[in-house]
Design a protein around this ligand. Structure first.
Ligand code: CP
Length: 330
C-alpha cells in the first residue's frame, strides 16, 4: 500500500486493522507528551487547492505527533497564481525531497493523476477530490461509530441531504457497508446522484418514518458553493423536510448517534440545539480524525506497512509501534 486514494482500495479486514492501529494512536494522543518518533526524517507536504479546517489541521497535528517534517503549500501565495500547472507544481515539490503528499483538490481524480506522475516514488493521500471521495473522513467516521457502538455490523445508518455533491457520502457508503452496516440515502431526488446503480444502499425521499429505527443519522452539509442549479426551492424548505431539529431528534432511539462531517450549517441541515446534544458526536469525529490520520501516515510512510497490512501476519500494531519507538529512541 503506497497510497490512500479510495476506500474501495481497502478490504473490510484492512479497515478493521486500521481501526485497531488508530486505537494505538488514540492512546498516544492522550499521553502527557503525545509524540512518537515513528516518522522521524520523513517529509510530508500539504497540497490543498481547496479550503479546509479539520482535514488539514488534523493531518498537520498527526504528522507532528509522529515527528515528521512538513511543508505547507498555499495556492493563494504560490506560483499557481502565475499560471504554473498542477504537474509542474507537483514535480517541483518532489524535487525538494518529499515522502508524502496529502492533496485536496476541487477536481475528481487529481490524487490518482499525481500518483501516476510520481510513479509511486511518493505516497499520495486523497484528502478530498471534488465530489468523488474523502477516504480519511470515512475512516474517522467508522472509528467514531465503532467507539460508540462497538461495531458497525448490522447498524442502520441514514446519510441525509446533499449526496449528489458529497465526496464524504461516497466514501462513507463504501466503508460503512464494507463493515456490515445497512445504509439508506435520504433526500429529495434532486440531491441524489442521477444513477445509484451498483451502490449497496436503499433510498428514501422521507426522513421522518426512518428515525425511530436508526442507529446513526449522518447529516451532510448543504454545499452552496457546489450548487449552481436550484436543486431545492429554498434552504428553509429543505430544512423543514430534512433538517434534524429537536422535534425530529426526539423520535430517535436513546442510543442513536447524530454525525456530521463539518463544517455545519446550523439551522439548515441541523439545528443549533441538536448540534450540541450529547448524542451528537461531531466533536468526537474531529478528535478521532487526528488518531486516524496518524495511523494512515504511519501505514504509508512508516517502516511497518507490510507487516501491519500483510494478510498472513496478524501483528499487534500497538506492540509494533512500541518496538519501533523504542528502537528509534536508542
Ligand atoms: N470534513 C471536512 O473535510 O472538513 P474540512 O473541509 O474542514 O477539512
Amino acid at each position: 500500500m503506497t497510497h490512500l486514494l479510495s476506500i474501495s482500495d481497502l478490504t473490510a479486514g484492512d479497515i478493521e486493522q486500521m481501526m485497531r492501529l488508530t486505537d494505538t494512536f488514540a492512546e498516544v494522543s492522550q499521553r502527557a507528551i503525545p509524540k512518537v518518533p515513528a516518522l522521524r526524517g520523513k517529509n510530508i507536504v500539504w497540497l490543498f487547492y481547496e479550503d479546509s479546517t479539520r482535514t488539514r489541521l488534523s493531518f498537520e497535528q498527526a504528522a507532528k505527533r509522529l515527528s515528521a517534517d512538513t511543508m505547507t503549500f498555499s495556492v493563494g501565495s504560490s506560483s499557481v497564481k502565475k499560471g504554473e500547472s498542477l504537474r509542474d507544481t507537483v514535480l517541483t515539490i518532489e524535487a525538494m525531497g518529499v515522502d508524502g503528499i496529502v492533496v485536496r483538490h476541487g477536481s475528481a481524480g487529481v490524487p490518482w493523476q499525481i500518483a501516476r506522475w510520481l510513479d509511486d516514488r511518493v505516497s499520495v493521500v486523497n484528502a478530498g477530490d471534488g465530489w468523488h471521495e474523502h477516504p480519511t473522513q470515512a475512516l474517522l467516521d467508522c472509528y467514531t461509530i465503532r467507539q460508540e457502538r462497538g461495531s458497525l455490523d448490522g447498524l442502520r445508518i441514514a446519510i441525509v441531504g446533499d449526496v449528489k455533491h458529497s465526496r464524504v457520502a461516497r466514501s462513507d457508503v463504501l466503508a460503512f457497508t464494507a463493515l456490515g452496516a445497512e445504509v439508506t440515502l435520504v433526500g429529495p431526488p434532486t440531491l441524489l446522484p442521477p444513477s445509484l446503480e451498483g451502490w449497496p444502499v436503499r433510498v428514501s425521499h422521507e426522513l421522518d418514518p426512518l428515525l425511530p429505527d436508526l442507529d446513526v443519522v449522518y447529516l451532510l452539509r448543504m454545499q452552496r458553493e457546489r450548487m449552481t442549479e436550484h436543486l431545492v426551492p429554498s434552504l428553509r424548505e429543505y430544512s423543514a423536510r430534512f433538517g434534524l431539529d429537536v422535534r425530529r431528534a426526539a423520535s430517535l432511539r436513546d442510543d442513536a448517534l447524530v454525525m456530521h462531517p463539518g463544517p455545519m450549517n446550523r439551522g439548515v441541515e441541523i439545528s443549533a440545539e441538536v448540534a450540541d446534544l450529547p448524542r451528537t458526536v461531531i466533536i468526537d469525529q474531529v478528535r478521532n480524525g487526528v488518531a486516524v490520520r496518524m495511523g494512515v501516515l504511519y501505514l504509508l510512510l512508516g517502516s511497518g506497512v507490510e507487516r501491519v497490512l500483510g494478510p498472513e501476519l496478524d501483528v499487534d500494531p500497538g506492540e509494533l509501534l512500541a518496538v519501533e519507538a523504542e528502537g528509534a529512541l536508542r
